[in-house]
Design a protein around this ligand. Sequence first.
Ligand SMILES: CSC[C@H]1O[C@H](OP(=O)(O)O)[C@H](O)[C@@H]1O
Length: 351
Amino acid sequence: MDSDFDFDRYDRVRPIRWTGDTLDLLDQRKLPFAVEYVHCADYRAVADAIANLTVRGAPAIGIAAAWGAVLAANDVEADDGRAALEALEPRLATLNAARPTAVNLAWALARMRRALLGAGADWRRALQREAHAIATEDLAANRRMGALGAALIEPGSQVLTHCNTGSLATAGFGTALGVIRAGVAQGRIDKVYAGETRPWLQGARLTVWELQQDGIMPTLIADAAAAHLMRTGAVQWVIVGADRICANGDTANKIGTYQLAIAARHHGVRFMVVAPSSTVDLDTPDGDAIHIEEREPSELLHIAGVRTAANEIEAWNPVFDVTPHSLVDVIVTEKGVITRPDAAAMRAAFG
Ligand SMILES: CSC[C@H]1O[C@H](OP(=O)(O)O)[C@H](O)[C@@H]1O
């Protein structure tokens, strides 16, 4: 992106703040009508905040877990990093178990383990440095992806996005929403449609609010309106994030992404997945191997605490789905753009 790109104008939200003693997390359960922070003083509070979606978004939960590992060390005495890791391992496992689908949790905690194994008596500083590096690298990756993804979008385009993949889901700027921010700033994107993203409403509550902070006014649509919108010819790209990208290019993302990809292919709308390389998991061969998180049915049966479905019924609430690589036109990471992703292309890019 041009050196004069005004990131400050297009990146005003920070969901994660390390104070030196606590991890302060913007409570995304209360947005857009309340801006409140939860102050986590120990690793259990961080694990709970990840599990209950106080903080959410694949890169953001990895960053939160990294700072959770720093908090976990507060009452640990050890002569070096290896001894500290032995004492910390059960706590890292608690953090890792908070949510299963996004690989970024495991990736971030693996980096924290490596930092400890290489540390001597200064292992606490090594942990803090690593957590800070993970967040700093994520922000830089997002800004790089913004430039790479926006360059693929023809001026005058209109796009559809799903869920929230912005500053709220990352260290800042966002993944798919970072591409959209950059595309708007460069005059390539004229209109942004945002899917509401039931049942947790990340689109209606988070993406719309986040873009408003930047002065970008999206158009909200019901998830069920997406295929009809594509049929009208109104959008040229569907741009989404990812929680795990497999060795063959299959991607797990927010529930509803798979049907967007099917509709996009049927209507000749191009489909872009944007995620940092920390979301790429070459150890997972394909989408069938991904653990899809299922959350409480109550999240589907209520909106804002008000029951919206008939009483005494069953509900099934998977919160991710898998889009096969064959339906993805491009994957954008900070390392580059992969066109028509498949196992060979993933090996060439990341192997
Ligand atoms: C850049 S965020 C990636 C990903 O995370 C979101 O899921 P959740 O809100 O449940 O954490 C969504 O799938 C985004 O696309």
